[in-house]
Design a protein around this ligand. Structure first.
Ligand code: HEC
Ligand code: HEC
Ligand code: HEC
Ligand code: HEC
Ligand code: HEC
Ligand code: HEC
Ligand code: HEC
Ligand code: HEC
Ligand code: HEC
Ligand code: HEC
Length: 448
């Protein structure tokens, strides 16, 4: 305990000394220069918004982390929530590693210490609190502490794809399930609670002085929007900022879609594609990215329209070709050589149903079940980070629909297979299921 206080005290001294200087310097708008080091992969898009994490005196606001992340950690049933460590019975465990504070494990501006997921602590840290695990669990004898959190075993927060109970439910599944298919998207209910009457071209409503091409009218009339009675003005009329009167805008943004698609807009704003917009910053562009992007897309501004190009709202285009306008890393470009892409083209050719196809979106914008007002509907999760890292999150969102759990865990633990976009058999074997089986047999034997 004393050690912790002392560390914190020095730290506070440093920050207070810095604060006077920073408070002065920040007024000059030289924020970037003042950063002690570059920010993490997760936050660099919003790094110039210092106030998102810092107090005016440049201390770190602990509650800031929670403002943005509490909901997500709660949804995934965080197995080490802060509340667990406020319990006095766990006080002793905090002497070496104070898990009440996010920044004990996730510091910023420390590129030389930072590993994936903004982590800034050595890989064997589970040791501090679970030294005795091998005594409690014979399956864990001889395991190194830096192996607890490798993919397929445990995560510190989100274990939704790894809970022992879940493992036990999915022992001995075939690699390829015979009834492989995706959840079918539910028809969208409008904000009026039901679908409107289908509209034809002649009933399009827009200001008569506006020059409208035949293409727009045609594209709109062929969409599910027209079929569900969503007329031009439903998207194009927005309240004037001053008077509040509805006026026609030529290029509606996400706020217009939000009127009816609040779930999709929320996901988009929380993820890497929309997080800058959520902070009132200019839209993200591939030119600003750290990941490899196609040079010709450098100036594309990210919005709903990046994937749902105007008026067609073609979800097949959105699921693959839209992504490949921008993304240019090895994994993304390898997709078109994968067995999954073959399923996708077969579905386009009518040889399979669309629900057997695996697109980029199947894994990165998965169809998930959302409950609202006691009703469960299948929706598309537009925050790709919800299934990206740690990557075993993708199991429940996608793989388990079609593959056995062992195969999915092995594939996701094989970096080469990720790089070539799942073209071939996994070369890695994750032992979690073997251990779960052993543990199950042991408890059954002891009961007998
Ligand atoms: C996503 C949250 C986040 C953003 C945005 C952010 N910081 Fe930080 N910053 C932190 C955290 C967390 C620490 C604590 C690091 C530590 O304890 O090592 C920190 C520490 C600092 C420190 C103290 C360094 C030290 O060694 O004690 C300074 C100075 C600082 N930040 C400046 C800035 C400036 C200037 C900006 C805006 C341009 C900024 N930060 C944006 C999270 C952030
Ligand atoms: C203003 C909102 C905001 C604040 C404040 C904020 N974050 Fe984040 N954070 C995000 C967004 C957006 C992402 C990227 C999407 C995602 O990974 O969910 C992210 C990503 C992350 C990641 C994952 C990085 C990755 O590579 O996958 C971690 C870890 C994280 N934040 C921890 C923290 C901690 C700790 C703090 C407090 C010091 C904090 N965040 C403050 C919005 C915020
Ligand atoms: C700061 C202390 C601390 C650290 C560090 C820590 N744990 Fe825990 N862990 C706990 C506490 C407290 C519990 C509650 C149950 C208990 O008392 O054992 C727990 C429970 C668990 C459980 C079982 C409960 C559940 O809900 O899933 C697992 C599995 C687990 N930890 C794994 C890990 C792994 C793996 C790491 C490293 C990645 C880790 N822990 C790091 C304190 C810690
Ligand atoms: C004892 C260390 C530790 C503490 C304390 C901690 N984290 Fe983490 N965090 C991790 C580790 C390890 C990972 C990597 C993935 C995993 O094991 O769950 C991670 C991953 C994350 C991620 C990205 C992955 C995901 O599951 O979404 C977010 C966001 C995150 N932490 C936020 C927070 C916030 C907010 C706090 C404070 C309430 C916090 N963390 C406290 C160790 C910690
Ligand atoms: C589902 C929402 C939606 C509906 C319905 C809709 N639009 Fe649009 N429209 C948009 C968006 C979003 C843009 C901006 C596209 C961009 O930013 O590139 C746009 C752009 C336009 C433009 C600007 C010119 C251009 O280059 O495309 C015109 C004109 C237009 N729409 C007319 C219409 C007409 C006429 C209808 C009805 C027949 C209609 N829109 C129905 C969302 C909609
Ligand atoms: C007035 C309500 C309303 C507005 C505003 C609206 N939509 Fe829709 N949207 C709907 C309805 C209703 C459907 C059709 C539901 C169905 O048939 O499943 C739909 C369907 C969609 C689909 C699925 C299309 C398909 O073929 O499966 C996409 C994508 C979409 N909307 C995107 C947008 C975007 C982007 C915006 C903003 C530019 C927007 N919508 C604005 C009501 C709206
Ligand atoms: C990165 C590309 C991308 C962006 C950006 C994007 N979408 Fe989508 N969206 C998709 C894909 C792909 C699908 C279809 C997935 C499927 O069929 O499983 C989809 C489906 C939808 C649907 C269909 C219904 C559902 O169940 O969710 C709606 C509505 C929608 N998007 C609205 C929006 C809105 C509003 C925005 C902007 C806030 C947006 N999308 C931004 C790729 C994108
Ligand atoms: C207009 C360009 C554009 C389009 C279209 C686009 N993306 Fe992105 N995407 C980006 C940018 C820019 C980032 C942020 C990259 C970074 O932070 O380095 C990003 C981030 C991501 C990430 C998060 C990567 C990470 O490491 O956190 C994933 C996953 C992703 N995109 C998948 C997709 C998929 C799947 C589609 C199609 C459904 C798509 N993108 C469409 C530009 C685009
Ligand atoms: C079968 C599922 C699957 C498919 C299909 C898929 N991905 Fe991925 N993608 C993953 C996994 C798993 C990761 C790695 C996550 C991790 O461990 O960091 C990943 C990582 C990424 C990243 C982050 C790369 C990085 O270096 O951080 C991007 C961007 C991305 N995918 C885009 C795409 C695009 C674009 C497509 C389609 C052309 C696509 N993915 C198809 C599963 C998939
Ligand atoms: C909609 C069903 C579906 C989903 C979801 C799906 N897959 Fe597949 N996957 C298949 C089918 C079917 C094949 C076999 C295609 C063939 O051989 O023609 C396949 C092939 C593969 C292969 C190549 C096997 C080989 O022998 O070449 C790997 C690896 C793989 N999938 C991993 C994954 C992972 C990991 C996920 C989740 C991130 C995933 N898949 C999601 C249906 C799916």
């Amino acid at each position: 305990m004393l050690n912790f206080l002392k560390g914190n005290w020095y730290w506070m001294l440093g920050v207070t000394a810095l604060a006077g200087y920073l408070g002065f310097a920040l007024q000059g708008g030289a924020e970037q220069v003042l950063m002690p080091g570059i920010t993490t992969h997760g936050h660099y898009q919003i790094e110039l918004d210092c106030a998102a994490c810092h107090t005016p005196n440049m201390g770190v606001k602990q509650e800031s982390c929670n403002e943005c992340h509490a909901e997500e950690l709660e949804r995934v049933d965080d197995s080490h929530p802060v509340i667990k460590f406020k319990d006095p019975r766990n006080a002793e465990r905090l002497a070496h590693l104070d898990a009440r504070y996010c920044i004990t494990c996730h510091r910023e501006h420390q590129p030389e210490l930072t590993t994936p997921m903004g982590l800034t602590l050595p890989a064997d840290y589970c040791y501090h609190c679970h030294q005795n695990i091998a005594e409690e669990r014979p399956t864990h004898v001889g395991l190194d502490f830096d192996s607890c959190a490798t993919s397929g075993c445990h995560n510190f927060h989100d274990n939704t794809g790894l809970y022992e109970r879940f493992l036990v439910e999915h022992l001995d599944e075939p690699d390829f399930k015979p009834d492989a298919y995706l959840r079918v998207r539910d028809y969208y209910l409008t904000h009026f609670g039901e679908r409107g009457e289908a509209l034809e071209q002649a009933r399009a409503e827009y200001p008569h002085e506006l020059k409208v091409s035949q293409d727009i009218l045609h594209d709109w009339s062929a969409t599910s929007h027209a079929a569900a009675g969503v007329n031009c003005r439903a998207c194009h009329d927005m309240p004037d900022a001053e008077t509040g009167v509805m006026v026609w805008v030529d290029k509606p943004n996400y706020e217009s879609c939000q009127k009816c698609h609040d779930y999709e807009v929320k996901g988009f704003l929380e993820g890497k594609h929309g997080m800058r917009l959520a902070h009132g910053m200019s839209p993200m562009t591939p030119g600003m990215a750290r990941l490899p992007m196609k040079p010709e897309s450098a100036h594309f501004e990210l919005s709903c329209m990046s994937c749902h190009s105007s008026h067609e709202f073609n979800t097949t285009f959105a699921a693959v070709d839209a992504c490949l306008q921008c993304h240019d890393d090895q994994h993304s470009t390898a997709y078109k050589n994968s067995p999954h892409f073959q399923l996708f083209t077969q579905a386009e050719d009518g040889l399979r149903t669309p629900d057997e196809a695996v697109s980029c979106a199947t894994c990165h914008l998965p169809r998930v079940e959302v409950s609202k007002f006691g009703e469960t509907l299948v929706r598309v999760d537009h925050n790709q980070n919800n299934s990206l890292r740690p990557n075993d999150k993708m199991i429940r969102a996608a793989c388990i629909n079609c593959h056995g759990l062992q195969f999915s865990l092995d594939a996701l633990a094989d970096p080469q297979l990720i790089r070539n976009n799942f073209n071939g058999q996994p070369k890695v074997h994750v032992e979690s299921l073997d251990m779960a089986r052993e543990e199950q047999e042991r408890t059954e034997a002891s009961r007998r």
